[in-house]
Design a protein. Sequence first.
Length: 129
Amino acid sequence: METEELKLSRAPGRILSWLLTAFLALGCLLACFNLSRSTVLLGSMFETLGIDAAPATRHLVANYSWIYPLFFGVAGISLIVKDFLIESPRRRLLATAIIFAAILGFSGLAHHILYLSYPDMIHRLNYPK
């Protein structure tokens, strides 16, 4: 009887964990798509304006097609796998929070790298040759 009560008390945590997993996995897909799209646009803008982008920006623009799917794919898969491997709902939610922080950190880093050459682009637009 005690195990039945224990299972029932964990049910809301499991449901919440699966809902967050589904939401964040969808977020990984959308983030990958949006970052890829913005990388292509900024790369073409730098090329059109003739701006010599920062080395990190050039590397990201050249390799975004495998960097983004690799990171967001691993993050999405780890979100799903952790729900099967971790039994405790509290630990599942903690693992979800850690993966979410990694996703936010990587997205922020990618945006920062893309915008390293942004001041040069603004200068070029304000003061054309």
